[in-house]
Design a protein around this ligand. Structure first.
Ligand SMILES: [Zn+2]
Length: 283
């Protein structure tokens, strides 16, 4: 009888969560496993119409969903290099070369400048397709330059986080970006300019431990995984099982780490309302 039993491919939790919207007419929701007509997702901002699961989206779609038309990309000439000559299962240098060859030449964050419902804004959108949007030196530098741009233009700053954490291939240099970006954000704070942090699935490691949690408003998409270390590591360390919904947006909102969980279709209107209130002179 075992011939008739179709073995379900076992995937780890991390693999399950890194499944992107696949090509094809129909797709299966990562959360509720329902089959969805792909075109339907285009009308719902890539949110599952059955359960509300927010599929991960790319940089272009994110920017188009938040900013008004006519935005420009900044700091496009910064490229990662390999200062530590790092080799693990693959050589970092080779990974970078492969990404560049496949057209991924924007590193793990894209900085854009434009308006949001008429309010001038600079935004940094993390790019999960580039080494899981890990925080390398270029990510830190671009986000710092973005903050300085917002400061010079007296505009608001938004970072859309989505990251596997620090870029281990850059070692301590990667960790230093946490302090560098945080220091740049402190300048915005001093100047009275708002910084919004939007946390999307997944925001983990050094990113969650620095700029992603420093927003004047920390906003999260529903059910996003947000945390420093993975749940299994924590359970093994503290020898206790974790509560239901641990490290999800809703749990973090209940416990005061996230200010507001906002669905994707409401994000732009929500940010615009905040800007109307925080920067009325710019409206
Ligand atoms: Zn679903």
């Amino acid at each position: 009888m075992s011939w008739f039993v179709k073995k379900r491919q076992q995937k780890t939790a991390v693999e399950e969560r890194t499944v992107r919207v696949p090509e094809g007419l129909w797709i299966k929701c990562d959360n509720c496993r329902e089959i969805i007509y792909r075109k339907e997702l285009a009308n719902t901002h890539n949110v599952c119409p059955k359960c509300g699961y927010h599929f991960r989206i790319g940089v272009e779609e994110r920017v188009a969903g938040l900013l008004d038309e006519g935005w420009t990309e900044l700091f496009t000439d910064l490229k990662s290099n390999d200062p530590l000559h790092f080799v693990a299962t693959k050589a970092y240098k080779d990974q970078l070369a492969k990404l560049e060859a496949s057209g991924q030449d924007r590193d793990a964050v894209v900085i854009v400048e434009g308006t949001l419902e008429g309010h001038p804004i600079v935004a940094g959108v993390m790019n999960f397709d580039f080494l899981a949007a890990s925080m390398g030196s270029v990510v830190g530098e671009k986000l710092k330059l973005g903050a300085e741009r917002a400061l010079a233009k007296k505009s608001a700053y938004l970072i859309v986080s989505c990251s596997g954490g620090a870029r281990m291939q850059e070692g301590t240099l990667s960790l230093m970006q946490m302090a560098k970006v945080s220091a740049a954000l402190a300048k915005l704070d001093k100047a009275g300019l708002p910084y919004f942090s939007l946390l999307t699935d997944p925001t983990t490691g050094g990113v969650s431990a620095s700029y992603a949690m420093l927003g004047d408003l920390n906003i999260a998409e529903p059910k996003a995984l947000i945390g420093f270390a993975g749940p299994r590591v924590i359970e093994q360390t503290i020898k206790q099982s974790l509560p239901e919904g641990f490290q999800r947006s809703e749990f973090l909102q209940t416990h005061g780490m996230v200010d507001k969980v906002v669905t994707r279709d409401q994000l732009k209107a929500f940010l615009a309302a905040c800007l109307d209130w925080m920067m009325p002179a710019k409206a």
